[in-house]
Design a protein around this ligand. Structure first.
Ligand code: UDP
Length: 508
């Protein structure tokens, strides 16, 4: 491919680092495609581990194994693909040894990233101009500065969650976080955020011990994001208008979601970590809106006790269900956690699978509800499919997402009514409530309205479409002004950074 000689005429070239868990990789892939459609050249980076698992899961399909973007490139988009070590062996069980994986993210990963960025900056045509990285990384601002790149932070969760993390200092100052006897009254001082109860904050902000590796990652990541030139968020302006405008007073924050393609068709880029079961025939055999889809996402674990209560609660109902039970959903050391005899007892009305194409399942007319852990992608996908939600949050942002779904938007209900442990009787009661044609009608109608909001946001003149255009324009302006600044000094920022790096090496 030929590129003009003058750097200002080059298309922006971004290196995009996806955070190595599926709930972050999937929206990052969509972002890469969206930006490439806006004229960017993208070099997409997965970890060796994510690459290994996705290419293994895709091995029985028609997807090319080594270059997950090959089909997208055939359609004319310039997305290149490479991989980087996360500091651990490829066969390492991240699910079983999560703490070590996080330690590696905190202490080791940046060295591998830096090496790769140095190589790409040196070799790439057109020249690399920016670094797009998940907000949870602890190094983007530092590395972007080192190589003279603009830093675009990608936030894959709601703006509300970003805002609570961004204002951790206020929470601390007011005694709602990181103190022995944290207050448990409402928090009403976060700019743009309506009063929120501490139990609705992300799990990490509710914990007493803030010395964990996850806390260190969050603290560092939210220091880094203050150095971002832009923040892109997978939300919609109309869903969180006040939170977003308050954030815009501090950072150039762009709501560009939902980031998945308007057609909501299955991506040609393989992202599954496990091979997908095809449930179409089984779903075809079920009446319209009669099946409850159940999934707890790609990463979190469910306590065995809760899983058994859910299974026994389902037995008390007559509802059809399709349940995704990842092999490690309780632990990779307990791959068959269901009660003995469960599969025989649900014969005909229940199907258990290890993984599926969630968007294909959710859009099937037989699906009438979604029992979810409240991962943000799952929520957006469910809204898009007009499927109301039954909420069972387990970790991290899922508690805050639940509040949005149940308390603010009223597009779903809680699985458990009491705080804490879930009981089989309430499982059966709430499953029946959501799936009942009459009782569930208000949630169906609310989710239908919300889908319209999401759809409008992506249309011409819609908020997300305009925000994306605005971001691209502002970024191009910033690229050309920083280029002009660096060349007026007689040398490019990148040149001087590389020079600095070689001096450092020389003296080390
Ligand atoms: N997903 C899928 N198949 C499944 C379960 C989940 O393709 O059987 C996808 C789902 O469509 C979503 C992602 O995995 O895009 C899960 O992201 P989410 O934010 O909901 O949860 P996380 O995995 O991050 O906890």
């Amino acid at each position: 491919m030929g590129f003009p000689n003058s750097p200002e005429q080059h298309p922006p070239h971004a290196i995009l680092f996806a955070y190595p868990t599926l709930g972050h990789v999937i929206p990052s892939v969509h972002l890469a495609i969206k930006l490439a459609s806006c004229g960017f050249v993208i070099t997409f980076v997965n970890t060796h581990s994510i690459h290994h698992h996705t290419s293994r899961a895709a091995s029985d399909s028609s997807h090319p194994k080594d270059d997950i973007f090959a089909a997208v490139r055939d359609s004319g988009l310039d997305i290149r693909y490479t991989t980087v070590s996360d500091g651990l062996p490829v066969g390492f069980d991240h699910s079983l040894h999560h703490e070590q994986f996080m330690q590696s993210m905190l202490h080791v990963f940046s060295a591998h990233v830096e090496e790769l960025v140095a190589k790409l900056v040196k070799q790439s045509v057109p020249p690399v101009t920016c670094l797009i990285a998940d907000t949870f990384f602890v190094w983007p601002s530092m590395i972007a500065k080192k190589f003279g790149l603009l830093y675009v932070s990608f936030w894959t969760e709601p703006a509300l969650v970003f805002s609570l993390y961004y204002h951790m200092n206020l929470l601390r100052k007011n005694g709602h976080f990181a103190c022995q006897d944290a207050r448990d009254d409402s928090i009403d001082y976060i700019p743009g955020v309506e009063a929120i109860h501490p139990k609705d904050m992300m799990s990490y902000l509710q914990e007493k011990d803030t010395s964990t590796v996850c806390h260190q990652i969050i603290f560092n990541a939210f220091k880094e994001v203050r150095g971002a030139d832009f923040v892109l968020c997978n939300t919609v302006q109309e869903l969180e208008p006040h939170t977003i405008s308050a954030l815009q007073a501090h950072v150039p924050f762009f709501a560009v979601g939902p980031i998945f393609p308007l057609g909501f068709t299955k991506s040609t880029v393989p992202t599954s970590l496990w091979s997908e079961s095809d449930c179409t025939q089984w779903l075809d055999s079920k009446p319209r809106a009669s099946v409850l889809y159940i999934s707890f996402g790609s990463t979190v674990h469910v306590a065995k006790r809760d899983l058994l209560e859910i299974a026994n609660g389902l037995l008390l109902t007559h509802v059809n269900f399709l349940w995704v039970l990842r092999p490690d959903v309780v632990s990779s050391e307990d791959q068959h956690p269901l009660p003995i005899g469960f599969e025989e007892a649900i014969h005909g009305r229940g199907m258990i699978i290890p993984w599926c194409s969630q968007i294909e399942v959710l859009t099937h007319s037989a699906i009438g509800g979604f029992l979810t852990h409240c991962g943000w992608n799952s929520i957006l996908e469910s809204i898009w499919s007009e499927v109301p939600l039954l909420c069972f949050p387990l970790l991290t942002d899922q508690f805050t997402n639940r509040k949005l779904v149940v308390d603010d938007w009223k597009i779903g209900i809680n699985l458990g009514n009491a705080c804490g442990l879930v009981k089989k009787e309430e499982v059966s009661q709430n499953v029946n409530r959501l799936m009942d044609e009459k009782m569930g009608a208000e949630f169906k109608s609310a989710v239908r309205d919300m889908k319209k909001t999401l759809r409008h946001a992506l249309m011409t003149n819609g908020s997300s479409k305009k925000n994306m255009e605005c971001f691209v324009r502002d970024l191009k302006t910033k690229v050309s002004t920083s280029h002009a600044r660096s060349t007026s000094n007689g040398h490019s920022v990148i040149d001087s950074t590389l020079k600095q790096a070689s001096w450092n090496l020389f003296f080390s």
